[in-house]
Write a protein that binds this ligand. Structure first.
Ligand code: PHE
Length: 336
């Protein structure tokens, strides 16, 4: 037993305790509660013949003190070292680049559209996304049974009942036209950017929510020529001077006559190939709409348009799926 103690003592003295890991391994090897070598040796005390016990006990205690002392010394030395060693830092390394956020492509397009119309004297108006049936449909000359009111297109928050207006998520920004005309007199020249909602089948070109920018100009003598002029200027400003644009007759309950504008979307993979992409609806404000807002339709005329911000952004950046705008994938967003 005394030989074993002597042997262990030599091993403990030979340990180099020069790192946190070495010190921890040492503690477990010699002083561990269950399998530490010193601990195991102490457990054999009961087998030592009675006569030898005092001497062995003393030697064992000395061994234990030695083991603990070495542990404490090593820990102190490491602590000292940690506090005084030179900082392990290369100040000449280039810094890590902080990630800077970017403006969402839809927001960029919205800002460009807004800037364009502000140059022409349009002011920016907003309206609620939760609308009543009057502003979203009735005042805009939708007949009571018009299919656009149908559950398939409109998200109803409250269904209309006898004598009570329904409440909807607005399906377009046109209700802002009504809110402006109800509260102010011509001349009026406004745009109204915002979110709109439609209960549509989701596909590469349709999503259940999207953004529109409404435009409205009401004054004496406003004509269809004024409308075409500003939309041409708009298309050139956003898509460049060689943009191909098509003005196509259409129908909306709140404009007469009505038109839609398409922009040619060249296919990068097929020379000469491509397709027309509809970006907006427009027309001359229907006299019924002016009258519903208390504006004299004999004296005033106006034009209105509503453009799709997602469609315009897809054309500008050659993005072929509308859904990607809403996925918040950084690999996509960091490209803008
Ligand atoms: N509100 C129509 C739509 O969402 C677009 C439009 C606006 C058409 C203004 C004419 C005038 O499809």
């Amino acid at each position: 037993m005394l030989d074993q103690i002597e042997d262990l003592k030599r091993r403990i003295e030979a340990e180099t305790l020069d790192s946190e890991e070495a010190v921890e391994a040492y503690r477990i090897r010699y002083l561990g509660q269950r399998n530490g070598l010193v601990t195991l040796l102490a457990r054999q005390m009961s087998q030592v013949p009675r006569a030898e016990r005092p001497a062995v006990g003393q030697a064992l205690n000395a061994l234990k003190r030695l083991a603990e002392q070495r542990l404490e010394d090593a820990r102190n030395r490491l602590r000292q070292h940690r506090q005084t060693r030179p900082v392990d830092l290369d100040l000449t390394l280039p810094g890590r680049r902080a990630f800077v956020g970017s403006v969402h492509p839809l927001t960029q397009t919205l800002e460009d559209i807004t800037r364009f119309f502000e140059r022409y004297g349009f002011s920016v108006e907003t309206g609620p996304e939760i609308e009543d049936d009057w502003h979203n449909f009735t005042a805009l000359n939708f007949p009571p049974d018009h299919p656009a009111r149908d559950m398939q297109d409109t998200f109803f928050l409250e269904e209309p009942t006898q004598g009570k207006d329904g409440v909807v998520l607005r399906t377009h920004t046109s209700p802002v036209q009504i809110r402006v005309m109800e509260s102010r007199r011509p001349p009026l020249r406004i745009i109204a950017p915002g979110r709109v909602y439609r209960n549509e089948a989701i596909s590469f070109k349709s999503f259940c929510l999207f953004h529109q920018v409404e435009g409205l100009y009401v004054d004496e003598g406003v004509s269809m020529a004024d409308l075409k002029q500003i939309l041409h200027a708009f298309a050139r400003a956003l898509f460049g001077d060689d943009v191909q644009m098509r003005f196509r007759p259409s129908f909306f309950p709140f404009t007469e006559p009505s038109a839609e504008v398409d922009i040619w979307w060249p296919d990068a993979n097929r020379p000469g190939g491509g397709r027309w992409m509809e970006i907006l609806g427009c027309g001359m404000v229907d006299p019924n709409v002016l009258e519903a807002c208390g504006i004299d339709a004999e004296r005033y005329t106006g034009y209105a348009f509503g453009m799709g911000v997602e469609r315009i952004t897809m054309l500008r950046y050659d993005i072929d799926d509308i859904r990607i705008f809403y996925e918040n994938d950084l690999r996509f967003l960091q490209q803008f």
